[in-house]
Design a protein around this ligand. Structure first.
Ligand SMILES: Nc1nc2c(c(=O)[nH]1)N=C([C@H](O)[C@H](O)COP(=O)(O)OP(=O)(O)OP(=O)(O)O)CN2
Length: 132
């Protein structure tokens, strides 16, 4: 399996309004470092998983929808606890609508909350040995 990872970051504000989260029930900010890995079984005719520039642009486009936003007021997070895990899933879902998933085996999204804690979400696409 081949992999290509790009990284970006996004500053957001949010609250986690459940006693489970203790002080994080209140509004607070976070700078999330976002790593996305595209996976495929066979390389393209150009011997890549995906062009780094294209991957970076797609990720940036998705993160632009979150930058400097208060997720408590973001329509896509209404009624959702915007945990790192949930934001990772959201980013994976948004990414998956922005490229042809057919040649890829999957996508892994990792969000680093701080240097010692991170969470992620992986989506598996149909297996394929397509050379594109
Ligand atoms: N599994 C997750 N746990 C927590 C998340 C999360 O996204 N996924 N988020 C938070 C808070 O948003 C924040 O990042 C940390 O808040 P903090 O109060 O410091 O939480 P800690 O668990 O590290 O410490 P406490 O002892 O609970 O205060 C929290 N958890």
């Amino acid at each position: 399996m081949y992999r290509l990872t790009v990284r970006d970051h996004v500053m957001i504000a949010h609250s986690l309004p459940d006693p489970f989260f203790g002080p994080a029930q209140g509004l607070h900010g976070a700078t999330l470092v976002v790593e996305v890995t595209w996976r495929r079984r066979e390389l393209t005719q150009h011997a890549v998983v995906i062009d780094i520039g294209e991957a970076t642009a797609i990720l940036g486009e998705v993160l632009d929808g979150l930058r400097y936003k208060n997720l408590d007021e973001h329509p896509d997070f209404t009624g959702v606890l915007s945990t790192t895990e949930a934001v990772a899933r959201y980013i994976a879902d948004q990414l998956s609508t922005r490229f042809d998933t057919a040649p890829f085996a999957g996508l892994d999204v990792v969000l680093r909350e701080h240097p010692d804690a991170w969470a992620g979400y992986s989506v598996e696409f149909d297996s394929a040995d397509v050379r594109g």
